[in-house]
Design a binder for this molecule. Structure first.
Ligand code: BGC
Length: 716
């Protein structure tokens, strides 16, 4: 008999339910703690999994209890939210998406896994794959942005990065693809609110990143807190048992979200814990995180005849199989056995700096005010985010404490010296106190340029951080306006470094600033990376992975919309537009300036009929007509102009990068498998329709800036 079957044959019901239970170890708790004294429960074999415990020593002690003091000696599975780093923080996922660099996406996951595994962890509740088209939703910060194809590419890179080639390796973490699925379109952008979207949008937009995570071998999946048209994901038989397990053959573990099984009662589909537990188990949820619904509810459900021991055994088997795959039976102490070498930690910080610089999106650079290269440069670095170490972390800071994350002030002082950089906070991130403004304004006169650091606090995005007003919080606008006014009079340029977990709605700020950097939250090396870009050590290359609205009323806003029967026409009243704002966003998806000046030409697409098995090589020439070396990102979109179902006006299918010196021209080749041109037909099954498809290539999702060519799909 296999180890798993042998164990199962010996397990009591309480021990089985223990394997299906995950309890917080009183660290970074994100919801109510229910399960009582976990130490004794581990000895009793009635808790088999922990979350929110870090530190190799703690882990070793807990594993020792499980192995030596519990009857069956089954190792614990210990998970944590390693979202964008563990102790060393990389940019938040939304920022990292903007690097459009699959190699780095995987590398930061790999490094996070190593660091977390050295702390004894075996599972991360990541990657977060919820496509978000509504920046009011704070969790936009944690995810891949607005596009499903991009989300899929990030999903596979992250799963490979976290898990490596061998899940049993002591540096590998089990990835948890979350939150399955369609958590992003919560009603009105309000956290945890109900979701009601079409079956088509579910399949075209929200499922593809999960399909990619599964194809990459994700070990586990976490259902979303939300309901989908009345069926909470935690109890969603059609999607968990149907799509995930049956259609995609997923044999890994499904771990509930925090207290989500008990919350089935609040959703109004379970009368008590026994019914909630029954619904979740029947849908396929194996591990109950923090509800204690399986331990308390399933024994009752068994006596009521609602569930069978065989169903419980099925879940236990999957949990034990994951522990086996992770090598936990072979050596439960392998993770966290030895501390990492200092060089590894130093190299990780360097990687964090590289990625952070590549995640920055330069939104504006009037008269090439950046980079700041003059000799003897004096800067005034002002604003509440200029020297805010804790906020540089962004939401989900893993096990990283508040200190030691390089601030803009520290970064610039490190590069320019103490005397070259003056600083005043001006105002707080939030609140109405303006008493510090005068001191900050006084610094403007003495500087060559002003670096104005404004935006959100780290806690204003992430979970439970929806916002209805997406401007600058508190008195920051008043402060920024005063800085602009003073600097206008002084003829001093103002460079805005904007921190946020979402695209803020700040057209006035962009208009008045000379330059704007979207710095999102860049992690432990934020200030150095920002300094690198401001001073021209690095030419910015990030492109926004989300559309920036010019007014909250444009939300949800995204490039992949379908056409309207009445395209906007300023001369025709009865066309699709607003009376008070343009339809166009402030910045389209893919937008981002560099220190070069790129032009695209000579788009080449294959001639003749394209069969569904072909892979097309599409080429475009890129010239750097600017004065500095820089890296360009080229996007390939398609538009199926005539199909049985209206197709989005642009669909992202590929991107490529090229670094060019001034005056240099190069060619970018973008590969497009024709199979990607399939879409869901009228009956929602994949179809490949013959006819013309537009190929649009260029700098961003603004049709006017794209080169266009056509290909012909042949039937069959
Ligand atoms: C979040 C999950 C997270 C879990 C454990 C929940 O509140 O929704 O994303 O993995 O807590 O910390």
């Amino acid at each position: 008999m296999s180890r798993i079957e042998t164990l199962l044959s010996k397990m009591s019901l309480a021990e089985k339910l223990g394997q299906l239970t995950m309890t917080a170890a009183s660290y970074a708790v994100t919801g109510p703690v229910i399960a009582g004294d976990s130490t004794q429960s581990i000895r009793d074999g009635t808790i088999g999994n922990l979350l929110n415990m870090v530190g190799a020593d703690h882990v070793r002690e807990m594993q020792r209890l499980a192995l030596e003091e519990s009857r069956l000696g089954i190792p614990l599975l210990i998970g944590f939210d390693v979202i964008h780093g563990h102790r060393t923080l990389f940019p938040i996922p939304l920022a990292e998406a903007c690097s459009f660099d699959p190699r780095l996406w995987a590398l930061t996951a790999r490094e996070s896994a190593k660091e977390a595994a050295a702390d004894g962890l075996a599972m991360t509740f990541a990657p977060m794959l919820d496509v978000s088209r509504d920046p009011r939703w704070g969790r936009s910060a944690e995810g891949p942005g607005e596009d499903p194809w991009l989300g899929a590419r990030i999903a596979e890179a992250k799963v490979h990065g976290f898990q490596g080639h061998d899940l049993a390796a002591p540096q590998a973490l089990a990835a948890v693809a979350k939150h399955f699925c369609a958590y992003g379109p919560v009603t009105a952008g309000r956290e945890y609110a109900s979701v009601d979207i079409s079956e088509r949008t579910l399949r075209e937009v929200h499922l593809p990143p999960f399909a990619a995570a599964l194809a990459a071998g994700a070990a586990a999946v976490m259902p979303a807190f939300t309901d989908l048209a009345g069926v909470p994901m935690t109890a969603n038989v059609a999607l968990l048992r149907g799509w995930l397990r049956e259609q995609h053959g997923f044999e890994g573990v499904i771990v509930s979200d925090y207290n989500a099984i008990a919350e089935l009662m609040h959703h109004g589909i379970a009368a008590d814990l026994a019914q909630a537990a029954t619904l979740a188990l029947k849908a396929g949820v194996d591990i109950d995180m923090m509800s204690d619904a399986y331990r308390r509810g399933l024994p009752v459900a068994l006596t009521r005849g609602w569930v069978s021991v065989a169903e419980i055994d099925g879940a236990v088997r999957r949990v034990l199989a994951l522990k086996e795959r992770l090598g936990l039976f072979a050596d439960p102490f392998a993770r966290g056995a030895s501390a990492e070498a200092p060089e590894a930690i130093t190299a990780r910080r360097e990687l964090a700096r590289t990625v952070a610089a590549r995640a920055i999106v330069l939104l504006k650079n009037d008269k090439s005010v950046l980079p700041l290269t003059s000799v003897g440069l004096r800067l005034a670095v002002v604003g509440p985010l200029a020297d805010a170490s804790a906020d540089m972390r962004g939401p989900w800071w893993g096990a990283a404490g508040p200190k030691g994350h390089v601030t803009v002030l520290e970064g610039l002082r490190g590069m320019l010296g103490e005397s070259g950089v003056s600083h005043a906070r001006g105002v707080d991130i939030d609140g109405e106190d303006t008493s510090g403004m005068a001191a900050a304004l006084d610094l403007c006169g003495l500087a060559d340029a002003i670096v104005l650091c404004v935006g959100e606090a780290a806690t204003m995005s992430g979970e439970a951080a929806s916002r209805a007003h997406l401007g600058l919080p508190g008195a920051q606008r008043e402060f920024a306006e005063a800085v602009f006014e003073r600097c206008k009079a002084l003829h001093k340029p103002v460079i805005v470094v904007l921190f946020s977990g979402r695209p803020l709605v700040v057209p006035w700020l962009v208009e008045k600033a000379d330059a704007v950097l979207a710095a999102w939250f860049l992690g432990s090396e934020a200030g150095n990376a920002i300094g690198d870009v401001l001073l021209g050590h690095v030419s910015p290359s990030g492109r926004t992975a989300v559309t920036w609205a010019r007014a909250e009323g444009q939300i949800p806003i995204f490039f992949g919309q379908r056409p309207t029967g009445r395209p906007a026409d300023p001369k025709d009243h009865y066309t699709s537009k607003y009376l008070d704002v343009p339809n166009e966003p402030l910045f389209p998806f893919g937008f981002g300036l560099t220190y070069g000046k790129f032009t695209h030409s000579n788009l080449r697409v294959p001639q003749g009929g394209v069969a569904r098995t072909d892979t097309l090589a599409i080429r475009v020439d890129v010239t750097n007509a600017g004065a500095r070396a820089a890296e360009d990102t080229v996007f390939l979109f398609t538009h199926d102009k005539l199909a049985s179902v209206a197709r989005p006006v642009l669909e992202l299918k590929a991107f490529g990068k090229i670094g060019l010196k001034p005056g240099e021209t190069g060619t970018v080749t973008l590969l497009l498998p024709a199979a990607e041109l399939r879409f869901l037909g009228l009956d929602l099954s994949p179809t490949f329709e013959a006819g013309e498809v537009e190929i649009l290539v260029g700098p961003c999702a603004d049709r006017r800036q794209l080169l266009v060519a056509s290909i012909q799909l042949s039937s069959g």
